[in-house]
Design a protein around this ligand. Sequence first.
Ligand code: GL1
Length: 132
Amino acid sequence: MSTLHAIIFDLDGVITDTAEYHYHAWQRLADEEGLTFDREANERCRGVTRRDSLMVVLGGRPESEERLQDMMARKQSYYEALLDQIGPADLLPGVADLLDQLDAAAIPYAIASASKNAPAVCARLGLSLIHI
Ligand code: GL1
């Protein structure tokens, strides 16, 4: 039997359901921009950066750098407004117990995320992780 040395978790949609908030924020931006976007398209935003997610939302529509920056900032503001409501109760079912068991067994764990919001989300969830 192999020994578990450490665990690396993704954050959005694994530790907490922020993937849903990202979706709503991108959907709002897409609606404002008259772009076709839905949950299926959102699947291609999972695990990719904000800029690459915006490229998915734009679906090949060319935009100036200034407009790209503006759209990323708008999506971020919509996402931050949704984040206001989350706290430690928003860990997905089983996550708190699993992390407690890992702590008890002295098995180290980390969160790896493409999201620049990850440290702020972890803080809101009450996870005290070292941010690298
Ligand atoms: C970025 C994207 C999201 C999503 C996450 C991955 O987050 O905006 O669409 O792909 O990364 O967890 P953020 O904007 O928080 O850096």
